[in-house]
Design a protein around this ligand. Structure first.
Ligand code: FAD
Ligand code: EPU
Length: 337
């Protein structure tokens, strides 16, 4: 594997931030990853594992080695009449995997169509959209332990998934390299149509009896309408998580702010961060090339030459004003590096 020096990361992150990696290598096979991590050319630290770069914000040049994971391959690990276990190597693009499964008629991932990034990154923040999360479908994943240099399998339960959260974002941050992921899919799919405006979209498409291909198309249409294309304006999707607050705090807020948008959860009330941010007047605001998106204020954008520091500064201003107005702390979803 070639190790290159002083490489611009601009093409490798969807924010389009022009930071440099001191060393940069790209793995095309799982064997290459392991050989690189254990061999004589062992990477110089710090080490950053990079997938599609769609959930990172580089705020400075990276002083160590960036290892980009581009290991392709989808296989059937097991199947019976009803179910199929599909395994993808970490560098397979997430949406290529979703499309592959939908084309085969295997249901379960279609609501998560068009999420950018690698399949192998999907467990890191338990990606989700339109009512389905990775935790609902993942059986297990194989990883490489950077501390002990052995493979380790994590079951679904061991990943400790939560809303945009897993063990790989918390206590094991940076310790494991995910090598492959396995999902349980249904040959006779049960559709999930209850979230958001999927049903309305299917009606608009004149589809009375939807299948997983129709759901995929509906989700893709909604997403293309709502979310900015990183090729047009650099972004990493939602910059913040939707905050989950205790019911007592919510009731106080609801008295003062009648229109507050909320969704009840098992562990509290989830607020629409987009509504909170819009209510503070941020929607469409711009500071130089860093901005708050005019259609979806949860998304911060780089209109051209913003630096990571400028995006970070804007995110802090948004957080401060939401906290001042509502007493609610927004948590950053994106990995700030
Ligand atoms: P990267 O940005 O490359 O990495 C993210 C983190 O994971 C980093 O900390 C990195 O070190 C670590 N990492 C990467 N690969 C590995 C590995 N193999 N092993 C261990 N650690 C690893 N997310 C959602 O959940 N739902 C959405 O609907 C959604 N919509 C989006 C829309 C847009 C337009 C964009 C730009 C992003 C969106 N996202 C969404 C966020 C993003 O797509 C996901 O978080 C995705 O899983 C990131 O994958 P990646 O490969 O690009 O990760
Ligand atoms: N809203 C406003 N103003 C706006 C836009 C939205 O007030 O300008 C309110 C609306 O009331 C709307 C609510 O916010 O009902 C929620 O908006 P939306 O349906 O667009 O979803 P979201 O909460 O902003 C979340 C995820 C997305 C995921 C979608 C669909 C988080 C942080 N974000 O966005 O995931 O695609 O739901 O499931 O949970 C990501 O994680 O990067 C991401 C894009």
């Amino acid at each position: 594997m070639q190790i290159r020096e002083n490489i611009s990361l601009k093409p490798y992150n969807t924010f389009g931030i022009d930071a440099k990696a001191r060393w940069f290598a790209e793995a095309q096979t799982t064997e290459e990853i392991i050989a690189f991590l254990t061999g004589p050319d062992e990477p110089r630290h710090p080490l950053l594992i990079l997938g599609g770069g769609s959930n990172v914000l580089f705020t400075k040049d990276f002083p160590g080695t960036v290892l980009k994971i581009s290991t392709k391959g989808i296989t059937v690990a097991d199947e019976n009449e009803d179910e199929v276990l599909v395994r993808a190597n970490a560098g397979e693009q997430w949406d290529d995997l979703v499309r592959f499964c939908v084309e085969k008629g295997w249901g379960g991932l279609e609501n998560m169509s068009l999420i950018p990034g690698n399949a192998g990154t999907s467990p890191v923040q338990n990606i989700g959209a339109y009512g389905v999360e990775i935790k609902d479908r993942l059986v297990e994943l194989t990883s490489w332990d950077l501390q002990t240099n052995v493979k380790k399998i994590f079951t679904n339960e061991e990943c400790r998934f939560g809303y945009r959260d897993s063990i790989f974002k918390t206590i094991y941050k940076g310790r494991y390299v995910i090598l492959d992921v396995t999902f349980r899919l249904k040959k006779n799919p049960v559709l999930c149509l209850d979230y958001g405006n999927i049903k309305d979209e299917l009606v608009a498409m004149n589809i009375e009896k939807p299948d997983i291909a129709a759901v995929r198309e509906a989700v893709c249409t909604i997403r293309r309408r709502k979310l900015p294309d990183p090729l047009v304006a650099g972004n990493a999707g939602s910059f913040f998580k939707n905050p989950v607050i205790p019911e007592s705090q919510f009731l106080e807020l609801k008295e003062k702010f009648l229109a507050i948008v909320s969704f009840p959860q098992n562990d509290g009330i989830k607020l629409a961060a987009a509504w909170l941010i819009e209510s503070c007047g941020w929607k469409g605001k711009r500071e130089g090339d860093a901005g708050v998106h005019p259609n979806q204020p949860l998304v911060l954008v780089n209109y051209g030459n913003a630096t990571g520091q400028e995006i970070l500064q804007l995110s802090q201003e948004v957080k401060d004003s939401v906290y001042q107005k509502f007493g609610v702390l927004l948590e950053t979803e994106v990995n700030v590096i």
